[in-house]
Design a binder for this molecule. Structure first.
Ligand code: FES
Length: 123
């Protein structure tokens, strides 16, 4: 189950408007230098047979079945601060989260305090 705070749902709806032929929001995980995985939100350009789809409020969500256990219970919020707006992720499956909150690990894999420290100290 994925939870979307109202501000996140509103921002996602705004982003999806720029991609008229989407199939909803795809939540994806990419390998990350800052932890094991980094969240990737994008318009779903198609639905694969190995995808799982579900509805959260007015939004159609698409995820690869293979990442379901890594984001089960994920809450996505959106907030503005002095650095600009960004999504915020709270993932009960994460054992560690990087300094900015966009990447996480489910193991003892080390996480970065910020992306700058990764650039200075590549692993
Ligand atoms: S993604 Fe690099 S510190 Fe969060």
């Amino acid at each position: 189950m994925i939870h979307l705070r109202p501000a996140a749902a509103q921002e996602i709806q705004r982003l999806l408007q720029s991609s008229p032929n989407h199939h909803g929001l795809r939540i994806h995980l990419q390998p990350s230098d800052c932890a094991e995985w980094i969240y990737d939100l994008s318009p779903a350009q198609g639905v694969d047979p190995k995808d799982v789809t579900f509805q959260v409020g007015d939004l159609h969500i698409v995820i690869a079945e293979s990442i379901g256990r890594l984001i089960n219970g994920l809450t996505i919020d959106y907030a503005e601060d002095l650095m600009g707006g960004g999504f915020r992720f709270v993932n009960p499956q994460a054992s560690q989260t990087c300094g900015c909150g966009n990447a996480f690990s489910t193991t003892t894999h080390a996480v970065a305090e910020d992306c700058h420290t990764v650039a200075e100290n590549p692993r």
